[in-house]
Design a protein around this ligand. Structure first.
Ligand SMILES: NC(=O)c1ccc[n+]([C@@H]2O[C@H](COP(=O)([O-])OP(=O)(O)OC[C@H]3O[C@@H](n4cnc5c(N)ncnc54)[C@H](OP(=O)(O)O)[C@@H]3O)[C@@H](O)[C@H]2O)c1
Length: 312
C-alpha cells in the first residue's frame, strides 16, 4: 500500500467507500450487509487500507453501524490504524445541529473520535461563517479530529477554510477517467496547500472496471446514471480501449488501471466501493501499479476528450 502524508495526516492512497453498506440504492441485499460488508472492513485493514469513508445518509446510519461491526471484527490492533471518515448531510448546518449530528455519527461508528468529518454537499443558503461555528464545536469537543468538505468547488472550499481559520484538510469529489475535472483546480490547490482530494466513484460506478469477466451493471442507483447510458458507453469507447491496452501491458485489470491513474495525481486518494472481497483485494493492489508517463498521458488525453464531448 502507498500512503499520503497531508498536513500531519497519513491515509492510504486507496481507501474503502461504504455507500454500498446497508443502502438500498446498490441492491446488494441483507447477506452483504450482515456478512460481506464487515468482512470488507476487516480485510481492508489487513491489506493496509486505512481510509474508510462513510456518511450518515448511507442506509440512514446503517453504513456507519456496519463499519463499526467491521472495526470490531478486525480487533483493536488493526482498528487502531483506521482513519474513519464520515459526512454530515448539511440541510440545515446550524451549530447545535452539526454538533449533535456529529456525535450521532461518532456513536454509530463506535469510535472515540471521528478522524475526518465532512460536509457532504455545499449549503448555498447558510453563510460560511455560520457553518464553521458547528465545525469548530465538533473539533473543540473532540468529536472529530479533522474536518473536510465534499462536492465543494474551490471557491467554496477556500471560503469555508478562511471562515474556520483552521485547515479544512480535504475535499471529496467525483474524480475518475470519466470525470477528470478536479485535476484542473482542486488537485493543484491540494498539492500547493498540503490538502487532500478524495476521489469518489473512481471506477465510474463500475463502468471503468468492466471487462470480459464482468459487464457493467445498470441496476439500482446505476440505472439513473447518465454515465452508464448507451450513448455515453459508446462515447467512452476510445477511453476504454486505452484502459484495456494498458491493463494488458501490465497484466493488470481495468479497475486497477483506472485507480492507478486517479492516484497518480498528487495529494489524491481514491475510495472505491466493493461488492466482493476479490474486488477489494484487486483495488488495494492498484496502489502498487506504476504506470509509465506516456501511459498516464494517453489516459489523460482520452479522459479529457471524453469529458470535452459532454459533461456527465
Ligand atoms: N461524497 C459524495 O457525494 C459521494 C458520492 C458517491 C460516492 N461516494 C463515496 O465513494 C465511494 C465509491 O464511489 P461509488 O461507490 O459511487 O463508485 P465506484 O467506487 O466507482 O464503484 C463501485 C462499484 O464498482 C464495482 N467494482 C468495484 N471494484 C471492482 C473491481 N475491482 N472490478 C470490477 N468491478 C468493481 C462494484 O460494483 P458491481 O460489482 O456491482 O458492478 C462496486 O460497488 C462510495 O462508496 C462512497 O463512500 C461519495
Amino acid at each position: 500500500m502507498r500512503y499520503l502524508d497531508v498536513d500531519g495526516v497519513r491515509v492510504s492512497a486507496i481507501g474503502l467507500g461504504t455507500w454500498q453498506f446497508g443502502s438500498r440504492e446498490w441492491g446488494y441485499g441483507a447477506a452483504y450487509a450482515a456478512h460481506v460488508a464487515p468482512a470488507l472492513v476487516r480485510r481492508a485493514l489487513e491489506l493496509g487500507i486505512t481510509l474508510i469513508d462513510s456518511a450518515e445518509v448511507y442506509g440512514f446510519g446503517e453504513s456507519e453501524r456496519i463499519v463499526a461491526r467491521g472495526l470490531a471484527a478486525a480487533g483493536p490492533d488493526l482498528a487502531a490504524g483506521a482513519f474513519v471518515a464520515t459526512k454530515l448531510l448539511p440541510i440545515l448546518p446550524l451549530p447545535s445541529i452539526v454538533a449533535a449530528r456529529a456525535a450521532g455519527s461518532r456513536d454509530r461508528l463506535e469510535v472515540a473520535s471521528i478522524d475526518l468529518y465532512q460536509l457532504h454537499w455545499p449549503n448555498p443558503i447558510v453563510p460560511a461563517r455560520t457553518q464553521v461555528v458547528g465545525l469548530r464545536r465538533v473539533l473543540d469537543a473532540g468529536i472529530a479530529r479533522h474536518v473536510g468538505v465534499s462536492n465543494h468547488g474551490l471557491g467554496r472550499w477556500r471560503a469555508l477554510e478562511s471562515a474556520l481559520r483552521r485547515p479544512i484538510i480535504s475535499n471529496q469529489v467525483r474524480f475518475s477517467l470519466t470525470s477528470p475535472a478536479p485535476r484542473w483546480d482542486l488537485v493543484p490547490y491540494a498539492a500547493e496547500r498540503s490538502r487532500l482530494v478524495i476521489a469518489y466513484s473512481p471506477l465510474a460506478q463500475g463502468l471503468l472496471a468492466a471487462d470480459q469477466r464482468s459487464a457493467v451493471s445498470r441496476t439500482g442507483i446505476r440505472g439513473m446514471r447518465t454515465t452508464l447510458r448507451d450513448a455515453a458507453l459508446r462515447r467512452a469507447g476510445p477511453l476504454l480501449a486505452a484502459v484495456r491496452e494498458i491493463a494488458s501491458a501490465h497484466d493488470a485489470t481495468h479497475a486497477q488501471v483506472a485507480l492507478a491513474w486517479v492516484i497518480s495525481h498528487p495529494n489524491t486518494a481514491a475510495i472505491p466501493g466493493a461488492r466482493t472481497l476479490e474486488q477489494l483485494e484487486e483495488n488495494a493492489a492498484a496502489a502498487d501499479l506504476v504506470l509509465a508517463p506516456e501511459e498516464l498521458a494517453w489516459l489523460t488525453a482520452e479522459a479529457e476528450r471524453f469529458d470535452a464531448a459532454g459533461r456527465l
